[in-house]
Ligand binder design. Structure first.
Ligand SMILES: Nc1ncnc2c1ncn2[C@@H]1O[C@H](COP(=O)(O)OP(=O)(O)OP(=O)(O)O)[C@@H](O)[C@H]1O
Ligand SMILES: [Mg+2]
Length: 281
């Protein structure tokens, strides 16, 4: 099998995965995932594999379908068609809770924090367990103490864990969402633009955290980011989604920022030419 590579989104969404990665067991496999929102076709048949311990980067233009795909994996949206396999077994999630019960943890692009609750309560929201045992047995004082410890560990500047999240900056909120998802031992960790609201220093901290999860805990992850430098630093493999389909899927060591940039620029030019033709017809 060879790597599929094209500059336009294939009509059937077919793309072959990179053969050498087949060394590790497949944690996630999707087959022909489609999703429409009314007249908008968000996903046209996403086929993707993620192997145990692998970090897969997803790139693509705004509106290409990346977040929609993540929200399907996380049980937030249901696909119109297609299949999801976790550890080789087919799964159908009816809710985020169900996906989480299967070990899928997510940091959403549009954050799922509750603004009217303090930092420490947000950190333990919908969490069943900590390393100390079930969350329901933790006192508020213990939660505050753990929240302080978790945030200090990644050196994020949030002076008071007792303040409501609505009083925090975008980057501080992002940090809480990342800490919350990564304190849990996940089968698959989905990070949808975890660095988008971050300053340079905080982004570096999150990058270190993701590297630590990858290198020391061998977590399996999918990361969406528009910054190729971050992706090349963090990922083992990169896939491009264009207009709801995977058009590129390669190991990081077999590609380059130049190749990816070329792919994106070419497709942009093709769209302009297609638009001009349409207007002339
Ligand atoms: N809940 C929704 N209702 C209607 N349309 C939606 C909804 N969610 C996404 N879409 C549409 O689906 C398409 C894909 O959106 P999606 O959020 O998946 O893009 P994306 O690749 O994550 O983009 P970005 O890089 O800007 O985050 C877009 O055209 C978007 O407008
Ligand atoms: Mg998105």
């Amino acid at each position: 099998m060879s790597t599929s590579y094209s500059t336009g989104a294939p009509a059937d969404g077919q793309v072959r995965s990179v053969d050498e990665i087949g060394a590790g067991e497949v944690v996630l496999r999707t087959e022909g995932i489609t999703k429409t929102f009314g007249a908008i076709v968000a996903l046209r048949g996403i086929n993707i594999e993620v192997h145990k311990g692998e970090v897969l980067g997803l790139v693509g233009d705004n509106g290409a379908g990346k977040s929609t795909f993540v929200k399907i994996l996380t049980g937030f949206h249901r696909p119109d068609s297609g299949r999801i396999f976790l550890d080789g077994r087919e799964v159908r999630f009816r809710s985020v809770k169900e996906a989480r019960a299967h070990g899928i943890e997510t940091v959403y692009q549009d954050l799922a924090l509750i603004p009217q609750l303090p930092v420490y309560k947000n950190l333990f929201l919908n969490r069943e367990h900590t390393s100390l045992g079930p969350v329901r047995w933790l006192s508020n004082g213990k939660m505050r103490q753990l929240a302080r410890q978790y945030l200090d560990e990644i050196r994020v500047n949030i002076p008071d864990v007792g303040v409501d999240v609505e009083r925090l900056s975008g980057g501080q909120r992002q940090a809480i969402a990342v800490v919350r998802a990564t304190r849990q031992r996940a089968k698959l960790l989905l990070l949808d633009e975890p660095l988008s609201a971050m300053g340079a220093k905080e982004a570096a901290m999150i990058i270190d955290l993701v590297k630590d999860l990858s290198h020391n805990r061998h977590e399996t992850m999918i990361i969406i980011d528009h910054n190729y430098t971050h992706l090349f630093e963090l990922c083992d493999r990169l896939a491009v989604i264009q207009q709801g389909a995977v058009t590129f899927d390669k190991r990081v060591k077999d590609t380059s920022i130049e190749e990816l940039t070329g792919l994106m620029v070419n497709s942009y030019r093709e769209q302009i030419v297609a638009g001009q033709r349409e207007r002339m017809d």
